[in-house]
Design a protein. Structure first.
Length: 627
């Protein structure tokens, strides 16, 4: 069975609002323009902040301006409370403008343009609706419109035109008539399909054309910048202002080791604060070229890459450079919940969402190494669709689902939800998904099994009942003998100066050793077994390079997204910029699993949001000497 959705064969291309001026003609050759005076907006499906949505609204003053036979009607596109409906704003706009229209425009704009439901609709109301409706649709480009329409044409002809019951097989005229109708219909339809396909294919070529990089900049800590540049850096007001905003360097006071902040900065201050991050966007091209001439391989020198782009285009930009090189990919896409609904513009929410996901996943998978992991954050609203999609796209992998208790205070509803899901798709040959490294320690564990199950006794597992041979002088166990079959007498006397010891407890019960004979013999020869003063055999276990076992439900308070997500970015001064950030601990735990503990693994997140994934990687590199 194949998962198919309404927009399955289409690229989802909606990345921002469509704000070209809207123009139409009326009787008498006159022209009307709907123009925007203010239209800054969120991009890439981000929402307006808080309990607001952007709507079209008439400006407060100078609603109309006239230039000869051209009339301009001015709007803003601004955040308004969610209770305000665009339909009500359009009615208000019509009422405000109809009585102040210039005389020579009134007849044309107020003439009737009725619909079946709105018998008295005017031309002005029609165009107001059309104007705002352009921003209430998603945009898609079909991957093969010609093929799709041709298949639909054949289906239509077979089901709507070719009626088998009406064909008289004994009358050739009836069959010929139907065939002529079909031939004529198909000839016209194919021309229409060819025209539409040509337009769509041209749009597809534009969409698939690799985009230009319009700006490249680097963030470099001052300890990696030659001191010859410090004087110019200290005089750069924009850079200093950013340091003040991000790091409050203006609060640094003079002491015995550190000079105080000054305006302008001194090179001595920079030398004392070499972990300040220089951003080359504040400097001239000449400065960048001189700086980069000091690095032999800038690409290898960089330990992070941030791309500001539409997801699909950004992934295609990376495809050749990183093909087959990424160990881990993680995405936290919009979920379509009531509280964090993506800014879709039609009624195909789930279908559009799947198209958005499918835009990137096939390209991203080409970047994975043979042994890889692909992680998704998701909640109940889109979980069923995502699991069906994963089953189709990742049929060759192991799927692990973690329940993360990220909102322990609950989110309301019939059943107050506290959780979301972390789905990890990993290759069949990948290691187990484990957590962070544990501290190394030495354990002395009793080598004789002590449980009550049958396999802890000689009668249940006789091949693990064998003699260990130890030197009575050194108390070191150095070898072992073959197991003694059940019913056979066990020898107790010394052999070649070595004593025998069997897994028999103080109550005389014949038990078994923890290891089978072959493994036990290896442990004895390797010096892993020893005899205590009390006569107990111990195995010395050196726990090194062990990692924490992860379970499928993460309920610890460290995964609380409010405490370790929202509060964290609030403390950074950017809390108003992002909604619903992840707990950084969720990402650190998840990335330990997804990278299989490799310190040099490359991680990709192409729904970066508040940057928690990058933050987690930086913290892990600091704490565990990653690269």
């Amino acid at each position: 069975m194949k998962l198919h959705w309404a927009n399955h064969d289409q690229y989802y291309i909606k990345t921002g609002e469509h704000f070209k001026n809207y123009t139409f003609k009326i009787d008498g050759g006159k022209t009307v323009h709907f123009r925007l005076r203010d239209a800054n907006t969120e991009q890439n499906n981000n929402k307006a902040q808080g309990n607001q949505e952007r709507k079209f609204k008439l400006v407060e003053e100078d609603i109309l301006t006239i230039d000869g036979d051209e009339l301009n009607i001015w709007f803003t596109y601004e955040p308004l409370p969610k209770g305000v409906k665009q339909e009500d704003l359009l009615k208000q706009a019509f009422e405000q403008t109809k009585d102040i229209l210039p005389t020579n425009f009134q007849v044309g704009l107020l003439k009737k343009s009725p619909t079946e439901k709105q018998k008295n609709r005017t031309l002005l109301e029609k165009h107001l609706k059309d104007y705002t409706a352009r921003n209430t649709f998603d945009y898609f480009i079909h991957k093969d419109l010609g093929g799709f329409l041709s298949r639909e044409l054949d289906f239509f002809i077979k089901n709507e035109i070719l009626n088998i019951d009406d064909i008289d097989l004994d009358a050739n005229q009836s069959l010929d008539r139907q065939l002529r109708v079909i031939k004529a219909f198909k000839a016209v339809a194919q021309k229409i399909i060819a025209m539409l396909a040509q337009l769509e294919d041209f749009q597809k070529k534009l969409w698939l054309k690799k985009k230009f990089v319009i700006q490249s900049d680097w963030c470099i800590t001052l300890d990696c910048v030659p001191e010859e540049f410090y004087a110019e850096i200290a005089e750069n007001d924009a850079q200093v202002k950013e340091w003040v905003n991000l790091f409050a360097i203006d609060e640094i006071k003079d002491d015995t080791t550190t000079p105080a902040f000054s305006n302008p900065l001194s090179t001595r201050f920079l030398k004392a604060n070499t972990y300040l991050t220089l951003d080359t966007k504040f400097f001239s091209s000449n400065f960048k070229y001189k700086l980069f001439s000091h690095y032999e391989n800038l690409d290898q020198f960089s330990d992070g890459l941030l791309i500001n782009s539409e997801n699909f285009q950004g992934l295609r930009f990376l495809s050749e450079r990183y093909r087959g090189q990424l160990r881990s990919i993680y995405i936290d896409p919009p979920y379509n919940t009531v509280h964090s609904e993506i800014a879709y513009k039609n009624q195909f929410k789930h279908s559009s969402w799947l198209s958005l996901i499918h835009n990137g996943v096939p390209i991203a998978r080409e970047l994975n190494k043979k042994t890889f992991s692909f992680g998704f954050a998701i909640d109940d609203y889109e979980l069923p669709k995502l699991l069906a999609y994963i089953d189709q796209q990742f049929s060759d992998v192991d799927i692990s689902i973690v329940v993360v208790n990220h909102h322990p205070q609950g989110s309301g509803g019939k059943l107050s939800r506290t959780h979301e899901y972390y789905i990890i798709c990993s290759s069949k040959d990948s290691p187990d998904l484990l957590g962070e490294e544990l501290e190394s320690y030495q354990e002395d564990r009793s080598f004789m099994r002590s449980g009550t199950a049958d396999n802890n006794y000689r009668s249940g597992r006789w091949k693990s009942f064998y003699a260990l041979l130890y030197d009575p002088q050194t108390k070191m166990i150095i070898d072992s003998e073959e197991p003694i079959p059940l019913g056979n007498k066990i020898p107790l006397e010394d052999i070649n100066g070595l004593k025998r010891i069997y897994p028999i407890n103080s109550r005389g019960e014949e038990r078994v050793w923890r290891s089978s004979f072959i493994t036990g013999k290896e442990r004895a020869i390797n010096g892993e077994l020893f005899l205590s003063d009390g006569g107990t055999v111990y195995q010395s276990i050196n726990h090194e390079s062990k990692r924490k076992v992860l379970f499928s439900n993460w309920t610890d308070s460290q995964y609380n997204a409010g405490m370790y997500g929202s509060n964290l970015i609030n403390d950074m001064g950017i809390g108003d910029e992002f909604d619903y950030p992840k707990s950084i601990n969720t990402m650190i735990t998840g990335l330990w699993a997804q990278t299989f503990g490799e310190p040099d693994a490359i991680v990709l997140d192409y729904f970066a949001g508040s940057g928690t994934t990058g933050h987690a990687v930086i913290n892990m590199n600091r704490d565990f000497q990653g690269s």
